[in-house]
Ligand binder design. Structure first.
Ligand SMILES: *[C@@H]1O[C@H](CO)[C@@H](O)[C@H](O)[C@H]1NC(C)=O
Ligand SMILES: *[C@@H]1O[C@H](CO)[C@@H](O)[C@H](O)[C@H]1NC(C)=O
Ligand SMILES: *[C@@H]1O[C@H](CO)[C@@H](O)[C@H](O)[C@H]1NC(C)=O
Ligand SMILES: *[C@@H]1O[C@H](CO)[C@@H](O)[C@H](O)[C@H]1NC(C)=O
Ligand SMILES: *[C@@H]1O[C@H](CO)[C@@H](O)[C@H](O)[C@H]1NC(C)=O
Ligand SMILES: *[C@@H]1O[C@H](CO)[C@@H](O)[C@H](O)[C@H]1NC(C)=O
Length: 515
């Protein structure tokens, strides 16, 4: 467009000569050589700003800055790149757009037109002054080659913009001199406005747009490297999330296992004690007549009372067992979950850090990037897989609630046997005769009932003791389980931390020496 403009202007030169007031160049009602006509001219140089701007915007357009954990410096670098391009296309290029307007249009008096440009120029220099710090933010995630290229394009733009302001200043003085020289004419223009000022201005503007075209290539290559790094972060981040989810699924399975064991153990003891209580209370109807009989009354009443205390005691012990089982196994789950999650949380930043180092290797580009990725990318996947598999093993092998099966079923057996003995003994006594038997036989039954009272107390003492024992064993086994999970996850953590640290070192070396 600029080239065509220049070409068209050249053809128009013969037509325009002698025609006054054809164009309000520099806000003066006259066409001026090297402003809008002839070659080079300020207008066509300034008009290159359109394609320079759109090329730069194209280089950064649609660039998505991903926000992965651990990738803070890549995020900062990406944002700095977008800001740098924005400041050039908006602030610096506004000066060139202003020049294009001043060159070819007359909106207000020249003093106002030039005056309004001064604030635009100020904003452009503020932006250029900030470019250095933006470049150093970009530098942390890109190659020396790219950041050197950025620096030199920016220096070129800055120097050329200084020239642009110098020549604009001179030009403004020359335009003021034209206005001071009386009525506007070709001769007041040629006397006061030097072609060199216009050549130099057009040239300095061209340097700005040329540097911007160069900048497009550099911005594209930095963007590509950032995107490559983001792809890596994306891949490993997804893998890491999947690994954490898999650990959590195992944890959920384990939770379900704990809950179903609690239910099953509680269900068994509830059914055993239920049968025991009904075995014993079923004897009451047969005991009743002996309570009415004067020979057996005292001991039968005493047994009647013992049956009540025995069944109450069975229920009490079963409740102690059920409540302790519930709270111990819930605590066991909470502690195991705590250790596993603690290690997941401790490992995630390490894996993130390795991933980020690999991403940085890719982002700074250079000859080693792809080979470092080939060499160590798999190691990050292994870290993630190892974390998943080893934590799963900690749950499955070391937190297996099946270890409590044997002593809990022994306990159930004890309750069943002891209580069955009591019921059997009562039935035995009641089978010795009836209330119509001889007094000698009834005296024997009475004595038998009295011994059963003593037996029931002894056996229930034993059930009480066994209950305390099984509760203590559940406590100890829970503690042991938690300690097994703790040491399993600590050992795993230790190993993975060591691997991640080694990997970090290897990646750093690979980045610089490809070793
Ligand atoms: C210019 O850079 C600054 C940071 O130095 C940034 O905050 C601002 O958004 C940028 N301007 C544009 C138009 O991108
Ligand atoms: C220069 O640009 C600024 C900002 O867009 C605008 O306000 C001003 O009118 C422009 N001046 C000229 C002479 O075009
Ligand atoms: C613009 O600023 C320059 C330098 O600060 C000054 O010399 C010049 O007179 C200003 N131009 C106008 C039109 O105000
Ligand atoms: C990323 O960090 C956030 C907050 O620090 C955390 O909640 C999240 O689990 C992390 N995700 C991954 C995949 O590391
Ligand atoms: C995994 O489970 C823990 C609680 O145990 C929870 O805080 C975390 O958000 C879960 N993570 C994922 C990825 O599901
Ligand atoms: C048996 O004992 C229970 C509870 O102590 C009591 O309520 C009941 O009256 C007794 N039966 C007889 C026949 O004394």
């Amino acid at each position: 467009m600029g080239m065509l403009g220049g070409f068209a202007a050249m053809l128009l030169v013969p037509l325009l000569s002698g025609l006054a007031n054809a164009s309000p160049d520099l806000g003066l009602d006259i066409s001026i050589d090297y402003v809008t006509q002839n070659n080079p001219n300020v207008l066509s140089s300034a008009n290159m700003v359109g394609s320079a701007t759109s090329d730069l915007q194209g280089a950064i357009g649609g660039f998505q800055i991903s926000r992965f954990n651990g990738s803070t410096s890549l995020i900062v670098s990406g944002e700095a790149l977008v800001s740098l391009v924005g400041n050039i296309t908006v602030n610096v290029n506004e000066v060139l757009r202003n020049i294009s307007v001043v060159a070819s249009q007359r909106q207000t008096a020249p003093s106002c037109m030039f005056g309004s440009m001064n604030s635009t120029i100020d904003r452009a220099f503020v932006a250029l002054d900030q470019a250095g710090s933006l470049i150093s933010r970009i530098q942390t995630s890109t190659s020396a080659l790219n950041s050197d290229a950025l620096t030199s394009w920016l220096m070129m733009i800055q120097t050329a913009m200084q020239d642009v302001t110098t020549y604009l200043d001179t030009l403004y003085k020359e335009v003021s001199a034209v206005l001071a020289a009386g009525p506007l004419s070709s001769s007041t223009v040629t006397t006061n406005i030097k072609p060199a000022t216009l050549f130099n201005l057009a040239g300095a503007i061209s340097v700005v747009t040329t540097a911007e075209k160069g900048l497009v290539t550099t911005v594209r290559s930095i963007r590509t490297a950032f995107e490559q790094a983001n792809n890596i972060l994306q891949t490993y981040s997804n893998d890491l999330t999947n690994a954490v989810t898999a650990v959590n699924n195992t944890q959920r399975d384990y939770y379900n296992q704990v809950v179903s064991r609690i239910n099953s153990y509680q269900g068994k003891v509830t059914s055993e004690t239920g049968s025991a209580i009904s075995d014993i209370t079923n004897t009451l109807s047969r005991l009743n007549p002996f309570i009415q009989d004067s020979v057996t009354r005292t001991n039968a009443q005493s047994l009647n009372a013992t049956i009540t205390t025995t069944t109450t005691s069975i229920t009490t012990n079963a409740n102690i067992f059920r409540n302790n089982l519930q709270s111990q196994m819930t605590q066991l789950y909470t502690a195991a979950e705590g250790f596993v999650q603690y290690n997941v949380k401790a490992l995630i930043p390490l894996i993130d850090s390795s991933t980020f180092k690999l991403a940085t290797t890719m982002s700074v580009g250079g000859i080693n990037a792809n080979s470092c990725r080939d060499r160590y990318g798999g190691a990050i996947t292994n870290l993630e897989n190892n974390m998943r598999e080893q934590l799963q093993r900690c749950f499955n092998d070391y937190a297996n609630t099946g270890y409590t099966d044997s002593f809990i079923s022994e306990y159930n057996q004890v309750i069943r046997e002891q209580t069955r003995s009591i019921a059997n003994r009562i039935n035995f006594c009641l089978g010795l005769g009836s209330t119509t038997s001889t007094n000698i036989i009834k005296a024997g039954i009475s004595r038998c009932l009295s011994e059963t009272v003593a037996l029931a107390q002894t056996l229930m003492n034993d059930v009480g003791f066994q209950t305390k024992l099984v509760v203590a064993m559940i406590n100890l086994e829970s503690l042991a389980t938690v300690q097994r999970v703790e040491s399993c996850s600590a050992i795993m953590n230790h190993g993975l931390v060591a691997k991640a640290t080694t990997l970090d070192t290897l990646l750093a070396t690979c980045q610089t020496t490809n070793q």
